[in-house]
Design a protein around this ligand. Structure first.
Ligand SMILES: [Zn+2]
Length: 216
């Protein structure tokens, strides 16, 4: 079954704080940061690209484009379709499986459009969008990044963050390749302090039990 996140544009629960809808760039890789525009996939997930303008904003915030490009509603639909194909593809590789032919086709199709063009500007590299076909160009750049990742030297270094509340996809570029968390600060330390609290709780329970037995 296709994995299509529900579009919660109309029914974002009121108790979701605004920061949960903010984009997350801890993946540190374009195509995986794109996957992270669905928040908290582990608990039913919600859509951070709720309107075409959200995708325009994402392109700028991820650092792909300085200029704001116009995204249409069908363009947003195409973007979500590509995103879910990249997500399923990454999960397949993590599980040691191949991508499905359907997902390969979705990514390949997006990549056939001419991508954003690199230009030199004051000694820095920038990407620019063509006058027409800007949406397709931006998606093509993301799709090509996925193809590069899935076939490159880091294909077996795609990881899912071990924090049960996070599950963000990232690339482990560390030399030993044993990174468990998307970020040590964000998830690693939280995980370690949770483990500490569990050990401490177990110790207290043991002591209480001991005391009860001694008094019996
Ligand atoms: Zn994490």
């Amino acid at each position: 079954m296709d994995h299509v996140p529900r579009d919660v544009a109309a029914d974002v629960p009121a108790d979701i704080p605004a920061e949960e809808l903010a984009f997350n760039f801890r993946s540190a890789r374009l195509c995986l940061a794109f996957v992270a525009t669905v928040g908290e996939r582990w608990r039913g997930e919600y859509e951070r690209l709720r309107a075409p303008e959200d995708l325009t904003r994402w392109y700028r915030e991820v650092g792909l484009l300085d200029e704001a490009i116009t995204v249409t509603r069908p363009g947003l639909d195409s973007a979500r379709t590509l995103r879910e194909a990249i997500y399923r593809g990454a999960k397949a590789l993590i599980a040691g499986r191949d991508l499905t032919a359907a997902d390969e086709a979705l990514i390949n199709t997006a990549a056939t459009a001419p991508p954003l063009t690199p230009v030199l500007h004051g000694g820095a590299r920038r990407l620019t969008a063509p006058k027409s076909g800007a949406q397709a160009a931006a998606l093509s750049t993301v799709a090509r990044d996925a193809i590069d990742l899935f076939t490159g030297t880091h294909a077996d270094r795609i990881r899912e963050c071990a924090s049960p509340e996070c599950a963000l996809l990232f690339v482990d570029t560390s030399r030993p390749g044993r990174r468990r968390w998307c970020s040590n600060e964000a998830c690693g330390s939280k995980d370690r302090s949770a483990a500490y609290r569990r050990r401490r709780q177990a110790k207290v329970e043991h002591q209480v039990k001991q005391l009860a037995e001694d008094q019996a």
